[in-house]
Design a protein around this ligand. Sequence first.
Ligand code: NAD
Length: 261
Amino acid sequence: MLLKGKKALIMGVANKRSIAWGIATCFHREGAELAFTYQNERLRENVAELVAELPGGENIPLLPCDVTSDDQITEVFHELAERWGELHVLVHSLAYAEKEDLNRAFVDISRRGFGIALEISAYSLIPVARRAKPLMEKAGGGSIMTLTYNAVERVVPSYNVMAVAKAALECEVRYLAAELGPSNIRVNAISAGPLKTLAASAVRGLSRFRDIVEEKAPLRRNITQEEVGDVAVFLASDLSRAVTGNTIFVDSGFHIMGLVD
Ligand code: NAD
């Protein structure tokens, strides 16, 4: 029960394969009190059905939040302030890019598509951290985490505009960590290996990436949602109380390889 007494907001569940759902089930196992956001009415039902499976699920807050809307972000934290008065953990597990901007050549990424990918996948961490800050200060500190992918340091075909968004996101993690540290708020990223999810299906060649990881990663296997969830438990818990501004890899060690043959 590493998270007993912790209140955690999970952003980014679309279905049971979502990394955010893997994290949520691990948090639940460790005794955290949860709240969820969902992107739109179409996804609300999915999230509601999943949450209903958790013991006590009927009392778990489900709040609408499209991160392109400042009003919706504000409303989420207003609601949490009313219900909980404090917040210990925030999981930001969301991203979006137009499919064409993932599939076309990097030099052809559109101005519009660049803006959309960066706004949703990277900028959004800033306004949610801003709103979480006062609630985490009330809790005496907190842990914010986001999800990234290591197409940042090395080129991964088809990741294109999302790689740029993840580079911005990882940079934000460091700036936010530096600024929020004096309030005892920690900010970290988890860099996950390829998992078959809705968002990942937009990236051409994901199955091939998974085959390569299985053949060439130091651990010779792909990762699971639960393995990401367990690292998220560590980051949410007091075990990681001196860990901030990091990107932690959950990728079977693939990122250390310079060349695979
Ligand atoms: P997913 O499709 O299950 O989750 C993506 C989430 O983003 C969805 O819940 C969707 O509703 C949300 N979202 C998109 N646009 C939004 C908006 N405007 N407002 C609010 N929410 C919005 O896929 P996932 O793979 O679980 O993705 C979660 C995170 O993990 C993403 O940041 C992704 O880049 C990252 N990641 C995924 C992989 C992978 O291989 N699946 C690997 C590394 C990192």
